[in-house]
Design a protein around this ligand. Structure first.
Ligand code: FAQ
Length: 314
């Protein structure tokens, strides 16, 4: 296409975005907008699917039937979120199988948080409270993302995440108000998950290569640091409510900023985990690969059944 035409198409595209008109699958879009969305949405989908594993680890060991039923429902919701998101990526031309193979080959990223182990039952509470809490903080603005299918998927996802966050906080509150051993278990879990939860928001703004364009295109509506700060401000009060201590000696209310100052995040740990060297990266990807291999016979049987039906109706 002629350069002049492309410039005109780009101008009209940006005008739509500036007017808050959603971009739909068949609309013209810059190739880089499509690529950025496929990257973000597929990483998000993988995070939901890999994110089922740390909690799946506790379904058989939940302390009672109510907790087991709730945890099972939560993990099922995460599978559903992954499926909406893979579908949203498909509307941009991504091939689902290829996208999943990229996860299995280690090429595709997913959220760093799911590479940490879940050592105690308290981790089920902390994941709901902090991990779903951080996910909501990041995803509510995505309901206003410029790309229609992603924005619409986020509306339902956020409703479910909000239930997840509350179930997690309920577990933490119960343990924190329980026996000294239970309270210690909750505190230990918070100590292990606090910093990795802050890393979920991504690198600091000055080290975030994708933010500038994503903000211009209204894929992202807030920066990584803005969302992280809001999350910290909300969570400090919740920790106080249940009598737990956030493991940051530099955490301090800043009267001038009307926000909490907080300590330095260990970005070397973040980049190691993203590179594949976190405590559970290998286990997570192996588990997903094995699930695909173990399910091959189901897919083959379903295909054979569909073929037979087609022949019968032909
Ligand atoms: N982990 O330039 P930026 C959930 C990568 S869902 C791993 O700032 P961007 C639900 C980033 O991809 C959690 N990699 O990137 C649940 C980029 O690499 P690339 C997932 C990370 O995209 C709860 C590079 O670093 N949520 O938890 C991470 O503008 C409980 C430079 O970063 C979403 O995916 C990280 N934490 O901003 C499930 C939400 N952070 O691709 C089960 C949608 C950054 O250039 C249980 N995604 N990177 O090679 C987003 O909002 C954005 O993609 C950000 C990153 C904010 C995550």
């Amino acid at each position: 296409m002629e350069e002049k035409n492309i410039l005109e198409l780009e101008r009209r595209f940006q005008e739509k975005i500036d007017k808050e008109i959603k971009i739909e699958p068949n609309d013209w879009m810059p190739e880089n907008y499509r690529k950025t969305l496929i990257r973000q949405i597929s990483q998000h989908a993988h995070s939901e699917i890999v994110g089922m594993l740390p909690e799946g680890n506790w379904i058989t060991r939940a302390p009672n039937l109510r907790r087991k039923a709730v945890l099972l429902a939560k993990v099922q919701d995460e599978a559903g979120h992954g499926l909406y998101l893979y579908s949203a990526a498909e509307t941009l031309g991504a091939d689902r199988e290829e996208t999943i193979d990229d996860l299995h080959s280690g090429k595709a990223k997913y959220s760093s948080i799911f590479n940490y182990p879940t050592l105690t039952w308290a981790d089920m509470g902390t994941i709901g409270w902090l991990v779903d809490g951080a996910a909501i903080m990041n995803q509510v603005p995505l309901c206003r993302c410029s790309y229609g299918p992603y924005a619409r998927a986020m509306v339902r996802v956020c409703k479910e995440e909000s239930f997840h966050q509350r179930q997690g906080f309920e577990i933490v509150a119960k343990l924190a108000n329980g026996t000294p051993e239970q309270k210690a278990m909750a505190q230990d879990s918070l100590n292990r998950f606090w910093w990795p939860a802050l890393m979920m928001f991504g690198p600091n703004d000055d080290s975030s290569p994708n933010s500038a364009l994503s903000l211009k295109w209204k894929i992202k509506r807030s920066t990584n640091d803005e969302l992280r700060q809001t999350f910290i401000d909300v969570t400090v009060k919740q920790a106080e409510m249940v009598g737990l201590t956030l493991p940051d000696k530099d955490l301090k209310w800043n009267e001038e900023r009307q926000s909490y100052d907080f300590g330095e995040i260990d970005w070397s740990e973040f980049y190691e985990v993203v590179k594949g060297n976190g405590p559970c990266n290998k286990d997570r990807v192996d588990a997903r690969r094995k699930a695909k291999e173990d399910g091959a016979w189901v897919r083959e049987a379903a295909m054979a059944h569909a073929e037979k039906r087609k022949l019968k109706t032909a």
